[in-house]
Each structure stands twice: as structure tokens, then as C-alpha cells.
Design a binder for this molecule. Structure first.
Ligand SMILES: Cc1cc2nc3c(=O)[nH]c(=O)nc-3n(C[C@H](O)[C@H](O)[C@H](O)COP(=O)(O)O)c2cc1C
Ligand SMILES: [Mn+2]
Length: 502
């Protein structure tokens, strides 16, 4: 098998695996869907297809990505690390030696060639074409997610623009606040590629928004690729099959032919509106701020189109797994520039930009600081507020072990680097927006070259004794209850804890 062809194939697969529940009770897209979904997400429950949304003819799909299993199923892969390996294989291609390697090399090259989107003449996304007054956002079951939200928000869009200078396509996931039947705000933040395309135009920029895609293409819209790389290429590569695109009806943009819904329109350069408040993935409401206005010129749809949604809020939420997919898939690319990185973890509770734990193969004094600066210079990771560096043998995904290393190996005066730089658009903590303090914590072992005393050896039992006790265990007659005694300190992992720790 390959990753799902389109949203309906995806829904069928989820259903076949017991990973989706159809809800035919009537539900209100204003707040009620959020509360239902919140309970389901937090207990690791299924994707939900609401088929009876109050006041709307279209079904609403939510929680399609809400567990590690579903996120991996989206790529038709056994794990997110397996997806990363596929990318790593191509990035680290060496000149092939011998026939077998040459054939394998050709297959890898083919996977790159396949990643180019393929233009087709027609697509199901244009089964229904609504223009003029017929094109109305009132048709769609757009959710009002949280009580303090300014309006309903489209939360899972793939927003397509082109760079007016180079023509390069960009696909980004930027929420859209409904302003009326034919207008929304466009919340592309200052570090984002769609925003850069918009700033480069001299009058207005055409925009197409695809809703309800195959899950790999939806994921790709959220992937932090360098500006000059088309996200549809990544989607094609990860799908092992090109994304088919068809020309939109009222704008000069190609859109994924398999989309459930496409919104076509434009954004005028100097028209801004107050966007927000919106209950954001930081766990707080982002206050109103000026953002551009998207004007709708057409809606095209499949028949009985399914509207996709997601709710962000206090972590963990469904987007945790889109973030974890990026964490895993981008590791090989990060290693291309910083090869001493062994692994990294962006804790869900840190909303991805607040904290990065990284393990390194330390080779010289100040190596941890070198890696901190490298991360602060890498794509969207540059916005990271706090970095913890540990040695290669530390499991970065085990937060208790990381805390142990920070406690045991850090002299705060010597090992905490306080600096400053760009911060996430949504970070409300810094005194001014976009810029402020950053912290790097060096929790690696230090040596005399770094001016410390001799580092003491770690405690470890000998293999011989471990094996002896393993062999003789039943002889001792000691029952072990992992939930008892000292074991209780780490407690049995509840669903929330599991989500936070992966
Ligand atoms: C559910 C979800 C919602 C998001 N909403 C926004 C948003 O409103 N504005 C924004 O700038 N980024 C948002 N992001 C992050 C961007 O999609 C991400 O940074 C992506 O890389 C942007 O594409 P670009 O690099 O081509 O600009 C969201 C991500 C997810 C998963
Ligand atoms: Mn981009």
C-alpha cells in the first residue's frame, strides 16, 4: 500500500482500522465540537466524522491526526522514524558502487522525480463550482473553537501562494478568521513564507486554499520547509506519488485535484483587519492584531464535500502529532548541517517553540554552546526559547532522565547561556513582541579543558552481576509490583502523561 490517495480513502482506512467514529447526533460547531473532541483527544480516542452538524449540510472531520498511530498511518509507515529514514536515505546518498547500489540509487532518484506535482485537466475538487454570491462561507461548518474566540475560524487550511519574483509555490497552514460570507483574515505570521510572498507583491496576491486533502499533503502544509522549496514536492516525495493539481477557476493557481473544498480569492496589499482573539496552541488567547483580508472569488467542491477541522489550545491537542511528525521527519535534514546531533525532542508541553532538548556527540570544549547557536540559526528552530543539551547516551525523549542530567551536571553560573534573538510570533512572555531572551542549558559532562574538576564516573552495575541476578531471579521469590514502593515516584503513565512523553 501507499499513503491514502485522498481524504475519502483516508477516512475509509481509518474506519477499517477502528480508528474513526461517525457521529450522527446533532452537534453545534460553536464550542460543542471542541468540548467533545477535547475529551477524545486527551484519552487517545478515534477520529470523529460529525455527519449532522447543526445548521450545515457538510460533514465535519476532526482528530484525524490525534494519536501517534494515526499520524504514522497517514504516511502508511510503521513509525514516524521510518518516514524520516526515507528522507534521510535520499539526503545522504553517496555515489553508488556496484550494480545493486546503482539500481537502488536509481530508485531513490525516481522517488525525487516523482515528487514533482502533476498537472491534470480536471479534478473532483471542481465537481461543484460556486462563484459570485453563490460562493459563501456560510455553507461550511466552520468551528468557533473557544469561548473567547472572535468568530469562527478555518483551522486546517492549506494556503497556496506564489512568490511574485521567482514564481515558486508555497503551501502553508495559516488559520483564517471568518469575517463574513466572502471574507476572512489571513493569519500568516511574520516568519512565514506566505507572508513573504504577500509582502513582495505590489498590489494584490492571488490565493487558493485547499481543505480536506490526503493526510500527507495536509501535513506538508504545516512543514517548515525553506522558502524556495514547494511543500507539494515534499508531499509527493512522502506519498511516493506526485500530487495531482488542476488549475483553479478564478485565480491563476494550481490546486490539489483531490481536495474536498477549494477557496479561491485574493488579498490586497494594504487592507488589514483586526484578527483575533483566538484560543491558540500556546494555551492562551492571542490578542487582536492586524492581519490581511482574504476575499473569496469562488468555492469549488467535491459533491458532499467533507470539511476538515482541528482545535488547538492548551497542549496536548491534536496538533501535537503534526508537530511530532515534523520533529522526526526533519531530523535527517538537521543532521546534514549539524551532524554531531544524535537526537532531539520538542516537548509537546513546550508548544514546540518554547523548548528543545538535544543530544550531541560532544568532541571539544564548548561543543554544547556551538550546537545551541546552530539551533538558534536553523529555520523555524531559530525561534526556540530554551535549549537543553545532553550527552549522546541520554534519551532526549525521557524527560525525567533529562531533568536528572540538568540537576546533576549543571552549574547554573557556568552552564546556563542567556542570550537574545527572534522569538515566536505568538510568544506573549517577552517584554516586546518577536524579540527577547533565550536560554541554553549545557547539561553535558564537562572536562578539565572546560575548567571543571574531574567529572565523576556514573554508577553502573557490572554485566556479570546483572546477568547472574537475571538468571537466578525466580530463586529469590521476590514479587515485583512496578506500581508499588519507589516505583510509585514515576507513577503509571496516564493518557495525558503518555501524550506529553510520546
Ligand atoms: C493546526 C495548525 C495551525 C497553524 N496555524 C498557523 C497560523 O495561523 N499562522 C501561522 O503563521 N502558522 C500557523 N501554523 C504553523 C505553520 O503552518 C507552519 O509554520 C508552516 O511551516 C508554515 O508554512 P511556511 O513555512 O510555508 O510559511 C499552524 C500549524 C498547525 C499544525
Ligand atoms: Mn514554505
Amino acid at each position: 500500500m501507499a499513503p491514502p490517495r485522498d481524504l475519502r480513502d483516508w477516512i475509509a482506512r481509518l474506519e477499517g482500522e477502528g480508528e474513526l467514529v461517525r457521529v450522527d447526533a446533532e452537534v453545534d460547531p460553536e464550542l460543542e465540537v471542541t468540548e467533545i473532541n477535547d475529551r477524545v483527544v486527551k484519552s487517545g480516542g478515534p477520529a470523529l466524522l460529525f455527519e449532522n452538524v447543526k445548521g450545515f449540510a457538510h460533514s465535519l472531520l476532526i482528530n484525524q491526526f490525534g494519536t501517534e498511530r494515526r499520524m504514522s498511518m497517514a504516511f502508511d509507515a510503521p513509525s514516524l522514524d521510518a518516514v524520516a529514514e526515507k528522507l534521510g536515505d535520499v539526503l545522504e546518498m553517496q555515489p553508488p558502487q556496484g550494480l545493486v547500489e546503482k539500481v537502488r540509487g536509481l530508485q531513490k532518484l525516481k522517488s525525487i522525480a516523482d515528487s514533482r506535482p502533476k498537472t491534470v485537466r480536471s479534478g473532483p475538487c471542481q465537481d461543484v463550482v460556486l462563484e459570485g454570491d453563490d460562493a459563501s462561507l456560510d455553507l461550511l461548518p466552520i468551528q468557533t473553537c473557544w469561548p473567547g474566540d472572535a468568530a469562527p475560524f478555518i483551522t486546517l487550511p492549506a494556503v497556496i501562494t506564489h512568490d511574485p519574483r521567482s514564481g515558486t509555490r508555497n503551501v502553508g497552514m495559516y488559520r483564517m478568521q471568518k469575517l463574513g460570507p466572502r471574507a476572512t483574515a489571513m493569519h500568516w505570521q511574520i516568519h512565514k513564507d506566505g507572508r513573504a510572498d504577500y509582502l513582495a507583491t505590489d498590489g494584490k496576491i492571488e490565493v487558493a486554499v485547499a481543505l480536506g486533502l490526503d493526510p500527507v499533503t495536509t501535513y506538508s502544509a504545516s512543514a517548515p520547509l525553506p522558502k524556495h522549496i514547494d511543500e507539494l514536492m515534499l508531499a509527493g516525495f512522502l506519498r511516493g506519488e506526485p500530487v495531482e493539481v488542476v488549475r483553479a477557476k478564478t485565480v491563476g493557481i494550481d490546486v490539489p485535484a483531490n481536495a474536498e473544498i477549494v477557496l479561491e480569492g485574493y488579498i490586497a496589499k494594504d487592507e488589514l483587519t483586526e484578527e483575533g482573539p483566538f484560543g491558540d496552541h500556546t494555551g492562551y488567547y492571542t490578542p487582536p492584531e492586524p492581519f490581511p483580508v482574504f476575499h473569496l472569488t469562488a468555492i469549488t467542491m467535491r459533491r458532499d464535500a467533507i470539511y476538515p477541522s482541528i482545535v488547538v489550545g492548551k497542549p496536548p491537542q491534536e496538533d501535537a502529532w503534526l508537530g511530532k511528525a515534523t520533529e522526526r521527519i526533519f531530523l535527517p535534514a538537521i543532521r546534514m548541517t549539524v551532524p554531531e546531533i544524535v537526537d532531539y525532542d520538542l516537548p509537546v508541553a513546550g508548544a514546540f517553540h518554547n523548548c528543545c532538548i538535544v543530544s550531541i556527540r560532544k568532541a571539544f570544549p564548548g561543543h554544547a554552546q556551538k550546537v545551541m547557536h546552530a539551533i538558534w540559526g536553523l529555520g523555524m528552530l531559530s525561534l526556540t526559547k530554551a535549549i537543553v543539551v545532553v550527552d549522546e547516551w541520554v534519551d532526549v525523549h525521557d524527560y525525567e532522565e533529562v531533568l536528572f542530567r540538568v540537576g546533576a551536571n549543571v552549574d547554573p553560573q557556568r552552564d546556563v547561556l542567556i542570550t537574545e534573538g527572534p522569538l515566536d510570533h505568538l510568544d506573549h512572555a517577552p517584554t516586546r513582541q518577536f524579540y527577547g531572551g533565550k536560554m541554553g542549558i549545557d547539561a553535558t559532562h564537562k572536562g578539565p579543558q572546560e575548567g571543571t574538576r574531574e567529572w565523576p564516573p556514573e554508577i553502573e552495575m557490572t554485566h556479570e552481576v546483572q546477568e547472574l541476578v537475571e538468571r537466578r531471579w525466580s530463586e529469590y521469590g521476590i514479587p515485583l509490583d512496578p506500581a508499588a514502593g519507589n516505583g510509585r515516584i514515576s507513577q503509571s503513565p496516564g493518557p495525558l502523561r503518555r501524550l506529553l512523553r510520546r
